[in-house]
Design a protein around this ligand. Structure first.
Ligand SMILES: *Cc1c(COP(=O)(O)O)cnc(C)c1O
Length: 367
């Protein structure tokens, strides 16, 4: 019996090898490894794809969040409302900036922020909301924007898992005020190492973020603000430009396999809980994550059938040892999800045969 991959990026590289190799070679030949012409080219393509005025590449998704927060401008002791059911970077960046993450519980159908709980958590110190478009699905951005307008808050979307996703026909990253994403290789659009980007329609934020990305520099060796080294390598931008051309097809593939999982597994509900994409939304399917009661044995059984799984995430951030001081109350949905979510193989170059092996392994666990 073959073991199927959890994610396999080799077929993607094979499909694009000629274009990517020659694009990288060009960079090696011109030698502008930092902010070379491919960076602007890539940013133009990203801005067009996302539908925003400004796209700026940066070192990784975590730094994208930091660059966005630095541009918005927080005071020590300010608060940012976010979800505990996410990758740790979402809370790590505020804490590094002496901003207190205020955790709001999640809703169980999408695992995203429970929007109706947000207003209760707003205080005089609240400056922003950082929603996470978990597993590739965006939250209700209109509802979030209404709350933000009413209370004069900023929204910074952590779209690290949702590049290519849509809400109301608009792409992840394109909503006010700033969208952030990651090009870590396993994200929907990955580069060949670490990478990320920030998106905005706001000229002032764009200018600030561009300066912050290069040590707060507004002219060479003139530092008008505090910044960081947050640039993305020219080589990674060259890779992204080529990969972006295939990306719409890849999104279709992810959606095809998500639909196919649903069709083949829905007979098992309610023993398992399949993911739902709410209306007006299209997921980028960074993960296909289900809920099961007996996760440990489920994973062991799938492993014995050659099917790897992964848990995103076993511990919500407010229960992490380093974050206990920001845990103000129980967040039952996040805690419940952390105990029972499990992600199945999902990637654009999956085949029907590979997916059938995953499905059969799951069906056999319940027989
Ligand atoms: C991956 C991820 C990040 C961090 O992105 P990196 O590129 O790994 O720094 C932040 N938030 C979420 C939700 C993520 O999934």
């Amino acid at each position: 019996m073959n073991t199927v991959p959890f994610i396999d990026l080799k077929p993607q590289y094979q499909a694009l090898k000629q274009q990517i190799d020659s694009k990288i070679m060009k960079v090696l030949e011109h030698g502008q490894f930092i902010l070379g012409p491919e960076v602007k080219e890539c940013e133009k393509d990203l801005a067009k794809f996302v539908g925003v005025k400004h796209a700026l590449t940066c070192s990784n998704g975590t730094d994208a969040l930091q660059i966005a927060m630095m541009a918005v401008g927080f005071q020590p002791g300010d608060e940012i409302i976010t979800t505990p059911f996410t990758f740790v970077a979402t809370a790590e960046v505020p804490v590094l900036m002496n901003v207190n993450p205020v955790f709001v519980d999640i809703e169980m159908d999408t695992y995203n922020l429970k929007i109706e709980d947000i207003e209760k958590k707003i205080t005089k110190k609240t400056k922003a909301i950082m929603p996470v478009s978990l597993y590739g699905q965006m939250p209700d951005m209109n509802a979030l924007m209404q709350i933000a307008e009413k209370h004069k808050l900023f929204i910074i979307e952590d779209g690290a898992q949702s590049f290519g996703a849509e809400f109301d026909g608009k792409k992840s990253g394109s909503f006010p005020h700033i969208g952030c994403t990651s090009f870590f290789p396993a994200k929907p659009l990955g580069c060949f190492g670490d990478g990320g980007a920030v998106f905005t329609d706001n000229d002032e934020f764009a200018k600030a973020m561009e300066e912050i990305r290069t040590h707060g520099q507004s002219a060479r060796y003139h530092h008008s603000r505090i910044g960081m080294n947050g640039r993305l390598d020219t080589i990674q931008c060259a890779v992204l430009t080529e990969k972006l051309k295939r990306f719409p097809w890849e999104l279709d593939q992810r959606n095809k396999y998500a639909d196919r999982y649903f069709d083949k597994l829905k007979q098992l509900e309610p023993k398992i809980k399949l993911p739902r994409v709410l209306k007006n939304r299209r997921s980028a399917w960074a993960q296909y994550t289900i809920m099961v009661d007996d996760r440990e044995n489920f994973a062991k059984h799938l492993q014995s059938k050659g099917v790897p799984t992964s848990v995103h995430y076993p511990t919500p951030v407010h229960q992490q040892p380093a974050y206990k001081q920001w845990a103000t109350e129980a967040l039952p949905n996040a805690e419940k999800a952390a105990k029972s979510v499990i992600s199945l193989p999902m990637y654009p170059d999956m085949t029907d045969a590979i997916q059938d092996q995953v499905v059969e392994a799951i069906l056999s666990f319940y027989r």
